[in-house]
Design a protein around this ligand. Sequence first.
Ligand code: AMP
Ligand code: ZN
Length: 137
Amino acid sequence: MSECLFCKIINGDIPSTKVYEDEHVYAFMDIMPLTKGHTLLIPKTHCQDLFAMPEDVAANLYKAAPKVANAIKLAFNPAGMNTINNNGAAAGQTVFHYHLHLIPRYDDTDGLDVGWHTKKLEMDEMAAIADAIKSHI
Ligand code: AMP
Ligand code: ZN
């Protein structure tokens, strides 16, 4: 898409620090990294977000994900890695070309604080929620 920042990066119209590329995907350093090695993995086919992503595009993207993740792991030996994808402005998406954040984690001072405030559900509530989802698959 001509106005898309990440399509321009794929096309080489905007510079990026590439770490991997194949026929289907492009991986490059996040310009504002949360941690050392923070990398973005994107499909070469423009898709705004996960909802708009064809299954073959998703398959090719996740086929490359372990390759890039393991390269980051070998390079910096992080203690772990968060893989995060924000879909929609409400979820924190700021660039509307799907991207998977690969964020290596080092220790609890590495600058990423993912809040995870869970709730307890009754089994029947959970089943009703699952039924609502299942009815659309
Ligand atoms: P999100 O908020 O999930 O949409 O993430 C967008 C990410 O793109 C942010 O982490 C930005 O730092 C990153 N970003 C924006 N512009 C560039 C760029 N020109 N090169 C590399 N990363 C970028
Ligand atoms: Zn795009």
